[in-house]
Design a protein around this ligand. Structure first.
Ligand code: PNS
Length: 165
């Protein structure tokens, strides 16, 4: 069985992430989308909230499961016996950072964890969770950037005065 992990912060999941998830789910028998539990980062959504958003968004994709992890991706992948990590590449500006993570993970895992890059669909090439949060913080329109139910949750955070990432 071909399995892969799609790791990320997903704070919050965007339509760009969902596009990568849908496409990767067709390439692998099992795809685990996993939220990094990074205590050092001041996130808008808790890990539990991010997992719940991803579960709702992927409920119609039977071979996609959602999980969270802390620590090194290579350790998590080894525990799950998964050897492929999926990452989206938006523009050339992503490349250096992504290459560094991919090479580091391959080295750290002694070649056991490889990375597969999917180029994001052009309509999402300049979309990021950070821009979604910034636009929402200034009451801008994020309806083209995240699913409707996520937009509602993001606006709710800012209306209730939560911290911005
Ligand atoms: O959505 P993001 O924030 O770009 O995702 C980055 C992520 C979670 C894939 C990356 O930071 C990661 O895997 N972190 C876990 C720690 C780790 O394994 N670091 C070694 C690779 S540099």
């Amino acid at each position: 069985m071909k399995s892969a992990i799609y790791p990320g912060s997903f704070d919050p999941m965007t339509l760009g992430h969902l596009d990568v998830i849908k496409r990767a789910s067709k390439m692998f028998d099992q795809l685990t989308v996993s939220v990094l539990d990074n205590k050092a980062k001041n996130a808008l959504f808790s890990v539990e909230e991010r997992v719940s958003i991803l579960k709702e968004a992927t409920k119609d994709l039977p071979n996609v499961s959602v999980d969270s992890f802390s620590g090194l991706l290579v350790d998590y992948a080894r525990q799950k016996d998964i050897h492929v990590s999926v990452r989206g590449l938006r523009a050339v500006t992503d490349f250096e950072y992504e290459l560094q993570i991919a090479q580091t993970n391959r080295k750290l895992s002694n070649g056991a964890l490889d990375t597969v890059f999917l180029t994001t669909s052009l309509e999402y090439a300049y979309l990021s969770s950070s821009s979604v949060k910034e636009i929402a913080a200034f009451h801008g329109d994020i309806s083209q950037l995240v699913p409707d139910f996520v937009a509602k949750l993001v606006y709710k955070k800012y209306n209730s005065g939560s911290m911005e990432d």
